[in-house]
Design a protein around this ligand. Structure first.
Ligand SMILES: NC(=O)c1ccc[n+]([C@@H]2O[C@H](COP(=O)([O-])OP(=O)(O)OC[C@H]3O[C@@H](n4cnc5c(N)ncnc54)[C@H](OP(=O)(O)O)[C@@H]3O)[C@@H](O)[C@H]2O)c1
Length: 261
């Protein structure tokens, strides 16, 4: 680990992944500043610890990045255009201290033709071409997201899933957060090896496991959808079998947290 002089700013530090990055960095006693669109619920957070800003407009970013040595960019809003928000962040970083930019992307952004993925891939390029020192990690889907596909159907009489060979390799978000924290305090490394979960499972299996963990007694209905996106997923577009380095399994996640949702 490299000792850092300035703050480590975490965009999206209130989100599922960002919270894990912040937790890990604080455990290791680094100076951490969260960027959020909202004030901290407790009034005792100083501007060194919490900055209010909006990546969509660029408002507040110069102050948020003041004295930053590293920025871990976890913020994302799938309904908006991440190319715009990331562009604003990079501009502010270049105007300021030119920090090391650590970016989180997704395994398969270059293989699965989802609009959100296309934008993530474009953001990877923006980071690479920013002129800033950079590191990018691609991770597979978090357990939370996969379980959420099922729990979002809590009001339906049946549970839909995708049939056929729709395979995922979900990963424990805590481990992704720990890896990003490690990268944040290391030297800029460019594209680093992907981080995937320990097991490849069909979405149908994962749905069934979530249904059982919730104690639901409802039929699981597999749908077979045509299309390029599903085709790319069936072809293994979301998998990184050579980097099945995550340790926590989906069952362990469900036992610890999933059934409470
Ligand atoms: N979910 C997955 O399975 C997965 C897998 C691999 C990679 N990733 C990537 O990991 C990253 C984090 O995902 P997540 O699931 O943890 O996200 P999340 O829980 O939805 O959190 C999104 C974060 O973005 C921030 N944000 C949104 N719009 C913003 C804006 N205009 N200005 C400033 N902040 C803004 C939010 O902060 P405030 O609401 O506090 O402003 C929030 O903390 C994303 O880049 C995603 O692509 C996700």
């Amino acid at each position: 680990m490299v000792a850092k002089r300035g703050a480590i700013v975490v965009t999206g530090g209130t989100g599922t992944l960002g919270r894990q990055v912040v937790r890990r960095l604080l455990e290791d006693e680094h100076e951490v500043r969260v960027l959020s669109r909202h004030p901290h619920p407790r009034a005792d957070r100083t501007p060194r610890e919490w900055a209010v800003g909006d990546l969509a407009t660029g408002e507040g970013l110069d102050a948020a990045l003041e004295g930053a040595d590293v920025v871990v960019h976890c913020a994302s809003a799938p309904a908006k255009d991440d190319r715009v928000t990331t562009g604003h962040l990079l501009e502010a970083a270049r105007r300021g201290t030119r920090p090391h930019l650590v970016y989180i992307s997704i395994v398969g952004v270059d293989r699965v033709p989802l609009r959100y993925y296309g934008r993530k891939l474009a953001c990877e390029r923006l980071v690479e071409e920013s002129g800033l020192p950079w590191t990018t990690l691609r991770a597979t889907q978090f357990h939370d997201l996969v379980a959420g596909l099922t729990t979002a159907q809590r009001l339906l009489p049946v549970v839909f899933t995708l049939g056929g060979e729709v395979r995922l390799q979900p990963v424990e978000v805590r481990e992704v957060g720990e890896r990003l924290a490690e990268l944040a305090v290391g030297e800029p490394a460019g594209r680093v090896p992907d981080l995937g979960g320990p097991q490849i499972r069909t979405l149908r299996e994962l749905t069934g496991l979530t249904v059982r963990a919730r104690g639901w007694h409802r039929p699981v209905v597999p749908l077979r959808l045509p299309g390029k996106v599903i085709g790319a997923v069936r072809a293994g577009g979301l998998l990184t079998p050579e980097h099945a380095d995550g340790r926590g399994t989906f069952e362990e996640f469900l036992a610890a947290r999933g059934a409470m949702r």
